[in-house]
Design a protein around this ligand. Structure first.
Ligand code: TRP
Length: 330
């Protein structure tokens, strides 16, 4: 049996082009090498959105549609909804018993997020975010977890929790390892990192015209005042995106920008064409998938059933180890 790989995304909104590189485009390739579990982690969405939950369900469908449109295949991978596998919450509870509070308070995103999003998110559940993430992984004996740099502390914690459990109750969990995916920096059209919350994102699910309009708004090299002024690709957001989308004419663009032969208007037109042609098949598949909502739900239910079967076995093992539930030896 192939080693297990686990990854997931929170259903907090539409995905944008910053989600493609480093995540979705890699996940597709893992499907043939690993026994993959791709989760839509809706409980995790509650940790930061508990005051406004009305969009979580529709966002689940959005994320699922994106997964499938990018080529995640329910015949190859187990694609499921976190909350449909309640065993994960049982493991979360048990692991929370052995996780010292100090480990959780040390996780950098805990303090950072409170600073950014305000004290209201500083709940018990939010503190336990990494314990829930550890449960997602450990319940399937996850060996590999493709994540970005920001998730490394969470994964380190998952390893420590696994180790502690194994030490206390005997070998039970695999210690998961990160597959660190280089995520190229994707600027939004205001120059800050692309993020839905900054309102500067190019969405996978938008029209070609919208994408073209957004690309037009990118700030390029401020010294390139006229079409024929020489530009500096190394500081240009548009050039960064040409590179991220692996434009085959990257050399020419670089040279012609520097020499002043290529103006920003034309360069942006090339970029929006590139993005739109990259996204064309994905957008088409998305529209197709959206036509049959029942089929989407079926995929999620089917995947969740499969995940549940594996999770149930693991919980039985865990319960036995911690002497819960079976009333053994009474
Ligand atoms: N914390 C991850 C993120 O915000 C999402 C996540 C939840 C996850 N559970 C996971 C990722 C399990 C990998 C494995 O990106």
């Amino acid at each position: 049996m192939d080693p297990v790989l686990v990854s997931g995304m929170r259903p907090t909104g539409k995905l944008h082009i910053g989600h493609i590189f480093g995540t979705l485009s890699n996940w597709v390739n893992y499907q043939d090498k690993y026994n993959c579990y791709f989760i839509v982690v809706n409980w995790h969405a509650l940790t930061t959105n508990y005051e406004n939950t009305k969009d979580i369900s529709s966002n689940v469908i959005e994320v699922l549609t994106d997964y499938l449109a990018f080529g995640l295949d329910p015949l190859k991978s187990t694609i499921y909804l976190q909350s449909m596998v309640e065993e994960v919450s049982v493991l979360h509870l048990i692991l929370s018993m052995i996780t010292p509070i100090s480990w959780l308070e040390r996780v950098p995103s805990f303090k950072d997020q409170i600073q950014q999003l305000g004290k209201n998110i500083a709940t018990y559940g939010f503190l336990g975010y990494p314990v829930l993430m550890a449960s997602d992984i450990l319940i399937f004996n996850g060996k590999y977890v493709p994540v970005g740099q920001d998730q490394i502390p969470h994964l380190e914690l998952a390893r420590e929790i696994a180790r502690r459990f194994n030490f206390l109750y005997g070998d039970t969990f695999v210690e998961p390892e990160p597959i660190l995916t280089e995520t190229p920096y994707i600027p939004g059209f205001d120059g800050r990192k692309m993020s839905k919350s900054y309102n500067n994102a190019i969405f996978i699910d938008e029209s070609e015209e919208e994408t073209e309009e957004k690309v037009k708004r990118y700030i390029t090299d401020p010294q390139k005042i006229y079409k024929h002024s020489p530009g500096r690709p190394e500081i240009c957001n548009v050039f960064t995106l040409h590179k991220a989308f692996k434009n085959s004419e990257i050399r020419e663009i670089e040279q012609n920008c520097r020499s002043g032969k290529l103006g920003c208007v034309e360069c942006k037109k090339k970029l929006s064409n590139l993005i739109n042609s990259y996204l064309k098949p994905i957008r088409e598949k998305r529209r197709d998938l959206q036509k049959d909502r029942n089929k989407l739900l079926e995929i999620l239910i089917e995947g969740s059933k499969r995940a549940k079967k594996v999770a149930k076995e693991k919980i039985e093992e865990v319960n036995q180890k911690v002497n819960i539930g079976l009333l053994r030896g009474v």
